[in-house]
Each structure stands twice: as structure tokens, then as C-alpha cells.
Design a protein around this ligand. Structure first.
Ligand SMILES: Nc1ncnc2c1ncn2[C@@H]1O[C@H](COP(=O)(O)OP(=O)(O)OP(=O)(O)O)[C@@H](O)[C@H]1O
Ligand SMILES: [Mg+2]
Length: 273
């Protein structure tokens, strides 16, 4: 479990905290989504989860290890895989497979184990065909997929993806979320996904909404996503389907407020007609 207790963080020289008194637990095997408008503190939180930043007040513990304990930092970083949105900062080799192998090589694993991890990870993001390619010639979305494979190959227990799917096309995005969820179900990997796209958060167990450095809501997609006004007030774009339902309701017809899937809405409309 990752647990944050009364955790406050200030960037050096700043008067206002980037994160204020955060209390949050991320369970093993959980798919947690962190939502929030620009500047709400999402990336700062990501950096605190694996000790890249340390709390000014309160604490962050990963499986009982305090991130402020320098002796445990290497173990913590191995357990908490962290990936940001710009893949150019994370790809370093001239060949896709070398890049994915980089992390496992640093763990000092056997060659056969490294080979296995590289091919499994590339398969999980549907990039096996590009294993000999040069990352520089890939599209943004393909680079993001390779970067994800690189983190997966480290076999972290917690995988934190900070807008790390932003350049991948919608179909590729759902495939990757599906394959990470598979890891999550079969291997007990927790997924912490940071995004402002509610579509990516549909399958989450829990959703945390940050606003001005504070936790504004902790809920499930089923409970939170129909609350269109609240989402707008928190700077989030409601799902397209919620906009359609709002439009229908604004014409004096009252139904479907909690529906989140298009096929269910169509069924409801047919029943209404
Ligand atoms: N290196 C830094 N030094 C000072 N202030 C910073 C630094 N990085 C971020 N901040 C500030 O901390 C707050 C939280 O920023 P953060 O990057 O965590 O937000 P975010 O939710 O990830 O935003 P975005 O959606 O744009 O990625 C913002 O007010 C931001 O300006
Ligand atoms: Mg950010």
C-alpha cells in the first residue's frame, strides 16, 4: 500500500503549497485515477509517490517504507514505476528493444530474463514489430508505448502514469489500459493513472479529484461522472454522454441522469419513445 498522511508540499521559494494536507491510501491491486485541472497538483503528487520529491510536512510510505528514508529510496523507486507525458525525455537508446532492456539491465538480471521481459512488455503495448526500430522515427504515441513497455519491464508493484497516454490514438489507448488492467488483475499491479480525460477513467475503482492542491473528491466513476455541475466547477470536462443527457433534460424531459454508456442511453430513449 502507498499511504500519504497529512502530506504538504511547497516548491522552494513558493508561498502557497502545491499540495496541502493530503490523506490518501492506494491499495494493492487498485486502479486509481487522479483527475484535476491544470496546475491542481497532479504531477507534484506523482513525484511524491516515489520519492522524487519529499514532503515538507506529513509523510509518504510505500509498503511501510518512508520515502524520506534515503536507505529505502532505491527499493521504493523499483516498486513505484513513474512515467510522464513526454516520451522524448525517457527514451535514451537508438533501438526500441535496447531502450526497454535498459531498466532491467540496471537491475542486474540474467540475459534470458531480460529478453523475456523485453518481449513480454513490447507485446503488452503492441509494439513487437518495432523492436529493431529507432525511437526517433516513431510517432509520439508509439514513443509513449515504448516508454510504457520500459516501465512495465521493471515489474513495478505500483505503476504511475502521468498523462503518459496523451499522444496515443483512442483505440491504442483502450488497448493499453486493457493490458495494464490485465497486469493489475493477474499480477496484483496497482495502476495510478493521472489524466484530465474522464474517458480514460471509466474503468477505475476509485477517482480522486485534486483542485488547488487539495483533495476535492474521492469517489467512483459511477457516482462522480453523472455530477456534471460539480465536474465543471472542478475544471473537468464531463463525458460527452452526460452533455447529451443534459441537453435532453433541458427540454423538460427527465430521464437518464446516471447513465454513462451510449448503448444504455439508446435503450432508454427507445423505451421512452
Ligand atoms: N518546479 C516548480 N517550481 C515552482 N512551482 C511549481 C513547479 N512545478 C509546479 N509548480 C506549481 O505547482 C502547482 C501544481 O503543479 P503540477 O505540475 O503538479 O500540476 P498538474 O495538475 O500536474 O498540472 P497539469 O495538468 O498542467 O500537468 C502549480 O501551481 C504549478 O505552477
Ligand atoms: Mg501535470
Amino acid at each position: 500500500m502507498i499511504s500519504l498522511r497529512n502530506m504538504t508540499y511547497f516548491y522552494p521559494g513558493e508561498e502557497l503549497p502545491a499540495l496541502k494536507n493530503i490523506n490518501l491510501d492506494v491499495g494493492e491491486n487498485e486502479f486509481l485515477v487522479i483527475l484535476g485541472r491544470n496546475g491542481s497538483g497532479k504531477s507534484t503528487l506523482a513525484r511524491l509517490l516515489n520519492g522524487l520529491l519529499l514532503p515538507i510536512q506529513g509523510k509518504v510510505e510505500v509498503d511501510g517504507w518512508n520515502t524520506a528514508d534515503a536507505d529505502k529510496l532505491q527499493l521504493i523507486r523499483q516498486r513505484v514505476g513513474l512515467l510522464f507525458s513526454n516520451p522524448d525525455n525517457q527514451l535514451i537508446s537508438n533501438q526500441v528493444e535496447e531502450d526497454v532492456a535498459f531498466g532491467p539491465e540496471n537491475l542486474g538480471l540474467k540475459r534470458s530474463e531480460i529478453r523475456q521481459r523485453v518481449s513480454d512488455s513490447l507485446q503488452q503495448v503492441s509494439m513487437e514489430a518495432y523492436r529493431k526500430a529507432a525511437p526517433a522515427f516513431l510517432s509520439g504515441g508509439q514513443k509513449q508505448k515504448v516508454a510504457i513497455a520500459g516501465v512495465m519491464a521493471m515489474k513495478p508493484r505500483y505503476l504511475v502514469l502521468d498523462e503518459a497516454l496523451s499522444m496515443i490514438d483512442p483505440r491504442g489507448k483502450s488497448e493499453i489500459i486493457e493490458s495494464i488492467r490485465c497486469l493489475h488483475k493477474n499480477k496484483g499491479v496497482s495502476l495510478i493513472m493521472i489524466t484530465h480525460d474522464l474517458e480514460e477513467a471509466r474503468g477505475a475503482d476509485r477517482v480522486v479529484v485534486l483542485g488547488e492542491g487539495e483533495v476535492k473528491a474521492i469517489s467512483t466513476p459511477g457516482e462522480l461522472f453523472p455530477l456534471r455541475r460539480l465536474l465543471l466547477a472542478l475544471g473537468l470536462e464531463p463525458l460527452e454522454i452526460s452533455n447529451i443527457i443534459e441537453e435532453i433534460n433541458s427540454r423538460g424531459i427527465s430521464f437518464g441522469r446516471n447513465i454513462l454508456e451510449m448503448d444504455k442511453l439508446v435503450e432508454e430513449i427507445c423505451r421512452f419513445i
